[in-house]
Design a protein around this ligand. Structure first.
Ligand code: IMP
Ligand code: MG
Length: 183
């Protein structure tokens, strides 16, 4: 496993090794298996960042479940000043289902707050969040993340699905932006 990787102009150092991620994901899977016993929950991965975590979490869960993916598309409204986020790609009927939103990382919490608002309208039986990473110091929106893999300091990370401008998703480990930043 590399200890230093580069994405575009930036250098990142090893932060969470593959083994540590794998054992934590297995623990989360076991916790969810107990919580959702006999309920065939829906794992709803938020693309793109959560593709790897969602796959591993569903395998760790290992009981009956459904796996589906959604995406938040941001665009600038023609009239309005701010970004508008819309939910796309949802093909599963969530009414009366036990839904677990699967996110790579919770930063300000804005993404999840928008998602929770949209998904609650679909009247799931229950709605919880599983996030591999959370930066608690950065949280600005009052959301509750029931299942957190690792709480981390507010530094930029890549790997295990997370990217920096499109690069870095393929790594099995997670790397943190080096203090001295550039090459
Ligand atoms: P939030 O809406 O501020 O909570 O931001 C969450 C989203 O920002 C995540 O789903 C990621 O796509 C992205 N993000 C936040 N922090 C990082 C990071 O350290 N590395 C890569 N992506 C990040
Ligand atoms: Mg994301």
């Amino acid at each position: 496993m590399e200890s230093v990787v580069q994405a575009h102009d930036l250098v990142f150092r090893i932060f969470l090794e593959e083994d540590r991620i794998n054992s934590r994901v297995k623990e989360l899977g076991a916790e969810l298996r107990t919580r959702y016993a006999g309920q065939t929950p829906v794992f709803l991965g938020v693309l793109n960042g959560s593709f790897m975590f969602t796959a591993d979490l569903a395998r760790a869960f290992s009981e009956d479940c459904e796996v589906s993916f959604i995406k938040l598309a941001s665009y600038r409204g023609t009239q309005s000043s701010g970004d508008v986020a819309t939910l796309i790609g949802l093909e599963t009927d969530l009414r009366n289902r036990h839904v677990i939103i699967v996110e790579d990382i919770v930063d300000s919490g804005k993404t999840l707050q928008v998602l929770l608002q949209e998904l609650r309208q679909l009247q799931p039986a229950s709605l919880e969040i599983a996030a591999l990473l959370q930066k608690p110091d950065m949280l600005e929106h009052p959301i509750h993340v029931a299942y957190v893999g690792f709480s981390i300091p507010p530094h930029f990370v890549i790997g295990y699905g997370l990217d920096y401008n499109g690069l870095g998703r393929q790594y099995a480990a997670i790397y943190q932006l080096a203090e001295d930043g550039t090459v």
